[in-house]
Design a protein. Structure first.
Length: 192
């Protein structure tokens, strides 16, 4: 999977752009913001579209332990529970797993937000653009120990069926766009 370096204004969703700007503000002069600076009250209005996972390094393998998945995220995955306590690689369908995990690994390696758009189809065959923003956090300001994911799904056809969107029997999602958000580049601070 190839990632391009993009400015923050590439993010289309108003909620995701707000999260990105908030992440940049919380980070300050550090490479990464600590998780405890993120206000649950501020994000409460969009929590249905959020998920977060702890980043665990085991035997030179990075894994992502799901700690929370909002209602909308669970709907897209087709999971009745919130996935808490399960590893991300155990929760994703095989057709989507490797591509999705590579975006999480890229957020860890780059220590910058990663933004993707994947095209998929709902159960009725309508095209759906699945926009995802991954925000890395780190207690020490340098090493990623948690990732916050924000997902937004929109369809150019209007209404769509989000149930089992990722798990459905339709063809696997096609990643149309994968970017590392350049939050330190020229003009990034001015766009906050």
């Amino acid at each position: 999977m190839e990632f391009v370096l993009s400015p923050p204004d590439i993010v289309r969703s108003v909620n995701q752009l707000w999260l990105l700007k908030n992440w940049m503000r919380l980070r300050g002069a550090s490479q990464l913001p600590p998780w405890d600076r993120l206000s649950a009250d501020e994000a409460a209005g969009i929590s249905d579209n959020l998920a977060f996972a702890d980043v665990l390094n085991r035997d030179d393998t990075v894994r992502f332990l799901i700690r929370f998945a909002g209602i909308r995220v669970a709907e897209y995955l087709g999971v009745i529970c919130d996935g808490q306590g399960r590893f991300l690689d155990e929760s994703l369908p095989a057709a989507y797993r490797d591509a999705a995990l590579s975006t999480y690994r890229e957020a860890v390696a780059a220590r910058e937000p990663v933004y993707t758009i994947a095209d998929m189809r709902d159960r009725a065959g309508r095209i759906v653009h699945f926009e995802r923003l991954l925000l890395p956090f780190g207690r020490d300001g340098m090493s990623v120990d948690r990732i916050l994911a924000s997902v937004e799904a929109v369809s150019p056809e209007g209404v769509f069926d989000g149930l089992n969107l990722i798990m459905g029997p339709t063809p696997p999602p096609a990643f149309a766009f994968c970017a590392i958000i350049d939050t330190r580049g020229a003009g990034a601070e001015a766009r906050q």
